[in-house]
Design a protein around this ligand. Structure first.
Ligand code: SF4
Ligand code: SF4
Length: 310
């Protein structure tokens, strides 16, 4: 099978697996200019307590260190957009990506099957798949492969699909045809910058101070640490993640709801009142959030976030 045929097969199988979009980039060292950007971000402490982001730096910059003989990075986008919102406007809110089953498992399953299907059709392929995995600079690779541009809110945005997508990668030793990056369509818009309640996005955009972001404070900050005072009065009812910089982005007006049953909420927390949230006990937490990304915060972490709103 030649390069063109293999590329076509990858894209057909990805679409059949339900991915919204797939793009390919050459698996090479990402370049010194990105290395300098990453160093500056880490040195400024913008990763807060997420020390895992300091690890595996060389692997993050060079995919060949992750997969020996790597030739291509296949980037995937999987839709999680939903129109479902909390019933009570003032009730605590969970970011929509976390409503249903943990996407890491759902998407890894799809990528494992896809890699198996490629091996059956093409022959032995050395490859590894990643979903939101620290050693891979997934937004940069996705942007290089034309899956979207990195907006001022730093998320990957596609003019047709918006930004409510999970990103994943398959790094393989298979030579494939690379796609081209697309243009940045943020233009003069600055809605995300102005709407961010904590000022986490730099005034000129394209740079996020992770330590100021509500997602960081409610998810990454472990329950034994109190939420810093600077967040007081700025949470806008978010208790796990935050969707504000996506809700205001005009490119999300074209998003269409996902068709993935696993991403629907397993419980009824979207209809809870504020009192229901405050009264939540551990068994209720498990019944509502077991197997979802919210489980990562743990009962104590979610309780801390809810109490912080008072
Ligand atoms: S997720 Fe929320 S807090 Fe974080 S940058 Fe976006 S709007 Fe700001
Ligand atoms: S809200 Fe505007 S500036 Fe922010 S990412 Fe979307 S288009 Fe870009």
């Amino acid at each position: 099978m030649n390069k063109q045929q293999a590329t076509r097969l990858v894209k057909t199988l990805a679409r059949e697996a339900g991915f919204l979009h797939v793009g390919i980039s050459e698996a090479t060292y990402i370049g010194d200019s990105y290395r300098r950007k990453l160093d500056a971000w880490l040195n400024a402490g913008r990763h807060g307590r997420m020390s895992y982001l300091e690890n595996h730096k060389e692997k993050r910059l060079n995919p060949a260190l992750l997969v020996p003989g790597a030739r291509s990075i296949i980037s995937f986008a999987y839709n999680y957009y939903t129109t479902r919102k909390p019933l009570h406007r003032d009730a605590p809110k969970v970011a929509s990506y976390a409503y249903g089953k943990d996407y890491h498992y759902v998407i890894k399953d799809k990528l494992r099957q896809l890699l198996e299907a490629l091996r059956e059709r093409i022959g032995p392929i050395e490859g590894r798949y990643f979903v939101d995995s620290a050693p891979v600079l997934e937004r940069q690779w996705a942007a290089r492969s034309g899956l979207g541009w990195q907006g001022k809110n730093t998320l990957l945005i596609h003019p047709k699909y918006g930004s409510y997508v999970f990103l994943a990668e398959l790094i393989v030793d298979l030579p494939l045809l690379a796609d081209q990056p697309i243009k940045d369509y943020c233009g003069r818009c600055r809605r995300c910058i102005d709407a961010c309640p904590t000022g986490a996005i730099a005034q000129e955009g394209y740079l996020l101070d992770g330590s100021k972001c509500i997602s960081y404070a409610t998810i990454e900050l472990k329950h034994k640490h109190p939420i810093p005072d600077v967040f007081q009065g700025k949470m806008e009812q978010w208790v796990f993640g935050c969707d504000i910089c996506q809700e205001v982005c005009p490119w999300n007006r074209f998003s269409t709801p996902h068709q993935e049953p696993a991403f629907h909420p397993q419980g009824d927390f979207l209809s809870w009142t504020t009192e229901d949230w405050y009264e939540m006990v551990k068994p209720t937490f498990k019944q509502q959030f077991k197997g979802t990304p919210v489980e990562r915060a743990g009962f104590k972490g979610l309780r801390r976030n809810i109490v912080f709103l008072q």
